[in-house]
Design a protein around this ligand. Sequence first.
Ligand code: SF4
Ligand code: SF4
Length: 399
Amino acid sequence: MSDTKAIFTGDRCLSCTSCMANCPVMAAIKDYRGPKLVGPAHGRMHFSQEDVEESLNYCSNCKSCDRACPSGVAVSTLNMLQRAEYYKNHPHLRSEDMLAHGERMANLIRKIPFGATFSNLGMSIGKALGVFSALGIAGERNMPAYAATPFKDAFSSIKQTSSAKKVVLFTGCFINDNEPQVGNAFVKVMNANGYEVLIDRRFKCCGSPLVVTGFLDEAHQHADNNVARILDWKRQGIPVVTPCTSCSLMLKEEYHELFGDDKFHEAATNVYDAFEFLEMLQEHGEFNDNFKTLNQRLLYHVPCHLKSQAIGLPAQDILEEAGAKVNLADAGCCGISGNYGFRKDKYEISMKIGAKLFERVKQHDFDKVICDCGTCRMQIHHGTDIKPVHPIEILAQAY
Ligand code: SF4
Ligand code: SF4
């Protein structure tokens, strides 16, 4: 059992309050009692006696507290473990069930002829009639539209040259169901670097939406399934790469923080963020830098879940090498944190947190906004009417 499991980190807390000073939710709403108390302090009491800290509900799992902690306390994961404890004795709301199970919903819709079209239409009508609001989902938001064909279904029609060098693309739900163009761009970039891309239909959702809504047992099943697949690919010498930063964080770090088994550590060594992988090729002199020059000014919102991986900013490095000018938005958390900002009772908090970023984007001193996280892109679009793209879509233009 690994000592990086979150429950073993709480005792390292020094009560320095750095996590509180860096918590965007605490800054946005006074009712949240904050990470120090909710995570390590209350966590110790909670695991030893029957107790509930109601304000834990405010935590968005943005992980800013973890990055701020000088003692390596896995504060956000302690919060998520306690949230799961809470739901052992409290029923989930219908909105929580819906937001946690996007993959299940997409699979159901894909079974119906023209299901994506009808569903997208239904979501627009549902929004106009206030149905989502009645279900506890923020009525102000558009739910992510389903692509006509999921990436994995269209994948076999992508022409690739076979290569001894291979990677498996972990699409995550958002790229598969909503933004397959990101998957297409990934394939184009990897092909240009001599790699053949494979997909593995036995992967499930990484489990992030389940963890944040307290469906921990289900998330554990997803983790066991996905880690068995990753280890199988590892045995074949084929890395698993994902352009989604929340998926990569979950596969690389959160599984072992939550569930502790050594197999999660071992699997993590075979998982890479897309640009992390490209930068590794660069370090080994294997990166294709035969670019068409990208003459673009890009504003980069770095997702919290990329910052938490401590791998630097490989997308910025590579896009600048391809000729783009990349400025960092440097405006903190966008506020959406996966499905958090979709909840009716969290919408205002989410928009308040994102306000600084929206102001920065509205200065409009760039050609495109880039961001590696799908829900961050949705939040920026919602808050500014400017639609960001994934940095891999920009890099694909250079080949
Ligand atoms: S995960 Fe984010 S919202 Fe939750 S306590 Fe940490 S900093 Fe605050
Ligand atoms: S930053 Fe870390 S050590 Fe400081 S109060 Fe928060 S959890 Fe404790």
